[in-house]
Design a binder for this molecule. Sequence first.
Ligand code: NDP
Ligand code: BG6
Length: 523
Amino acid sequence: ANGRPQISASFRDVAIDGAQSEDGAPEQGGSTVSITVVGASGDLAKKKIFPALFALYYEDCLPEHFTVFGYARSKMSDEELRNMISLTLTCRIDQRENCSDKMEQFLKRCFYQSGQYNSEEGFSELDRKLKEKEAGKVPNRLFYLSIPPNIFVDVVRSASRTASSQDGWTRFIVEKPFGRDSESSGELTRNLKKYLAEEQIFRIDHYLGKELVENLSVLRFSNLVFEPLWSRNYIRNVQLIFSEDFGTEGRGGYFDNYGIIRDIMQNHLLQILALFAMETPVSLDAEDIRNEKVKVLRSMRQLRLEDVVVGQYKGHSKGGKTYPAYVDDPTVPSGSITPTFAAAALFIDNARWDGVPFLMKAGKALHTRRAEIRVQFRRVPGNLYGRRSRSVGGGGTTATRELEKATNELVLRVQPDEAIYLKINSKVPGLGMRLDSSDLNLLYSERYPAEIPDAYERLLLDAIEGERRLFIRSDELDAAWAIFTPVLADLEANKVAPELYPYGSRGPVGAHYLAANHNVRWG
Ligand code: NDP
Ligand code: BG6
């Protein structure tokens, strides 16, 4: 129904994860998948993970035999977990259809085990219950670590020792943050690898599961009109923009320890950049794609302090409503200088991208919510319609002046209201010669009326199928941290004060100066 191959019992990489039945091949129809959400009582589990699992179930994408377990310290019965989950399940695939039967069937497959995160007893008990459900089938197990990062290793240690599958595969999805800098990320990787093989670790970056981000490579590599233009010869600059129209509400405690550069730029925006700028991979195989991403990340210059602007939102009153400052959040230490906004200019020192600024901008509590990739092309050389000297028909001079500014721009709007549009110059109909900048527009809601799957659906399904293309490999992570670690250290060592901007505004003006330094105007 979703155009994706139905999941089969063959779970592609059984051999890599050491999952084999007696004859070395998975038993057809004889396997089962148990998905354990560790941190099941938390925000992400309720908001995203359980609803994504239900959506996959609804679309018949989950294997025939599957079980969902919640694991956390909170005391809960199976029934209480089901009640909790049912509050956030929606019939998102088809609003008109009553999917309550499906919901009931899904909830019957959900169970709960309470335990400490560093407790082998807790995970042994989980193992016992999993075995009951798995009886007679090759057991495959997926653990989703939806917990704070300080307990990742505790869970992996306990769960891998006591609750790994004996005959099937065992995989762990790990949520960000993957450390705070190169050193802590390296330490996390080393600790995880004491218990797991790299092939078992699925580091999630949910932006890679977004529809438009998936389409980026399709757009580039399967359209003759784009790939030849994809270089410094034709592209003037690339902008990666993330903005939210709300603050850190509820997550200030986590956020203050990380800041916007670690929360959004080093992962979500940089991942998009790597996909955008990589060379053509040998194939669509996960390792081929990840090899190219690592190469381009390693070609990037370390970010310098002079190429970064940081900001923090301040309280603001508008229309009788008061919006809080970042530091008004009770979980944020008073006087915090953690940036809630940053803009940065990055460069790739390779033949394709030499000298092209890649500008990133990310902020919370801004005037709008959007995520976009904007590609600004160079001016048309010797543009016939860009000459001022001659007036062509009615209003020619004015029109040509406008045109000089209007270079082509390709925009991928990741959210909201997904779209891909290309700004082109064309003639305004009429007897004169007036030119206009207009859009060739692929608006998803018009072209594809079906609901777009949530990023977590795609990523969970990929993890179950053993597809690693959209997950971050450890060398990718090292390369990503190498770009940002020095500047993060400089910002902190120099206690760089963020430029304050009002909640709901367009952010600090410093971002415009930064762009201007590189001859760029934000789109
Ligand atoms: P929560 O803070 O809600 O924590 C999840 C669960 O972990 C809690 O329900 C709690 O369960 C347990 N827990 C919380 N704090 C501690 C602690 N200090 N020590 C031990 N256990 C604790 O996290 P989220 O659900 O928001 O996020 C989970 C993971 O996903 C994190 O790594 C986060 O960075 C990441 N993430 C979250 C996003 C979001 O939108 N929420 C977005 C992207 C990533 P109990 O007390 O029952 O054991
Ligand atoms: C998370 C960040 O990774 O992404 C949050 O930690 C941010 O701060 C969120 O709000 C944005 O995700 P989305 O999918 O809502 O754009």
